[in-house]
Design a protein around this ligand. Structure first.
Ligand code: FDA
Length: 309
């Protein structure tokens, strides 16, 4: 089963790279179920969804979709889109807690450019008392993302948190680097969503899960605010029991994706657990949507039904 999971994910992500597949899915996306995972084509149209989630007791992580831009001009356009979204969200009275992908701000073009744009975004978010999380992307960007995170914090942007992926062999060391920052930042632990080789990433589900638990426990032991980013009920139950057994005031949140396991989300809220929902919006949804399809065969079946139904 573990081998099937890994193979399925690699095949879906590789297929998603094919130009004709991308063209077709981008053209018919909303009919093929994109709306299940994306709150709307822009910030303003997504506001009703944000408010609905908030009314249901869920906090928000807002993601103005975009990634892997290949030019300075595109990175600047992306930054402008995020800045405009911060204004829309703040004006609507919604907590401006944002996540961005460093490559959407040009990390793949030039690290200096990404820093300039991320600092601008972080400043605008600070001005409205918000929070910025740097998502973690594919393995070639991990070093540069950690450098960017450190540089922003060294520049006084202490409201910037980040993400570490349990599937990477290197992550336990990266976590120590992050925990050495002063003051200690919040860290989201996830399993990892990209197509990675066995040289850089574990492939067996049990190893990735074991790594996940170890990283969360290490954050708890260090007193870091840990964001438990998973829909894996077994892991969530185990980690919440561990938190409960330690101390009442350990800083943590469970974080899940918009549209994924909503019944579990509701149960966590009903149980009084702090829950934040990663809620993307925007037109540049293809990469994000492909990764959601790659996580679960049933999601791909919806697309196939949409294509032939
Ligand atoms: P797992 O894949 O084991 O699934 C557990 C159960 O959840 C499944 O049985 C299924 O029921 C359900 N499920 C999971 N994914 C589903 C889906 N797409 N559709 C329907 N049901 C699904 N990754 C990354 O590399 N960098 C990042 O910055 C982030 N950021 C991030 C933020 C947040 C808040 C979350 C929750 C996740 C991420 N991720 C991420 C994605 C993460 O790495 C991982 O790919 C997904 O969370 C899927 O793994 P799970 O741990 O949820 O469990």
């Amino acid at each position: 089963m573990a081998a099937f999971d890994s193979l399925y994910r690699r095949v879906v992500l590789a297929t998603a790279d094919a130009g004709f597949v991308r063209h077709f899915v981008e053209r018919h996306g909303w009919r093929l179920g994109v709306g299940r995972f994306i709150a709307g084509p822009d910030a303003a149209s997504a506001v009703p969804k944000f408010l609905e989630l908030r009314t249901a007791g869920k906090r928000l992580i807002l993601d103005a979709l975009g990634e892997f831009v290949t030019s300075e001009a595109a990175a600047r356009r992306s930054a402008d889109t995020i800045l405009a979204a911060v204004d829309v969200v703040a004006a609507a009275g919604i907590e401006p807690y944002f996540s961005v992908k460093p490559t959407q701000l040009g990390l793949g073009v030039d690290a200096g450019l990404a820093h300039e744009l991320a600092a601008t975004v972080a400043e605008r978010i600070a001005a409205v008392s918000g929070h910025l999380c740097l998502d973690m992307e594919s393995s070639p960007y991990v070093d540069a993302t950690l450098d960017l995170w450190e540089r922003l914090r060294a520049g006084g942007q202490l409201h910037v948190s980040g993400v570490l992926q349990s599937y990477l062999h290197r992550t336990a060391d990266d976590l120590e680097r992050v925990l050495a920052l002063s003051p200690m930042p919040a860290v989201r632990i996830v399993k990892g969503a990209y197509k990675e080789s066995s040289e850089v990433a574990m492939q067996a589900r049990s190893d990735i899960e074991g790594g996940f638990v170890g990283l969360v426990e290490r954050c708890l032991a260090a007193g870091a605010h840990v964001n438990i980013g998973t829909h894996d009920e077994r892991l969530i139950t185990m980690l919440l029991a561990s938190i409960d057994a330690k101390a009442a005031d350990l800083p943590y949140e469970v974080q899940m994706l918009f549209g994924v396991r909503p019944a579990l989300q509701d149960r966590l809220v009903a149980a009084g657990r702090p829950l934040r929902i990663y809620t993307p919006f925007g037109n540049d949804w293809y990469g994000y949507y492909s990764r959601r399809l790659a996580e679960r065969p049933a999601n791909l079946a919806v697309v196939v039904r949409g294509m032939f139904g």
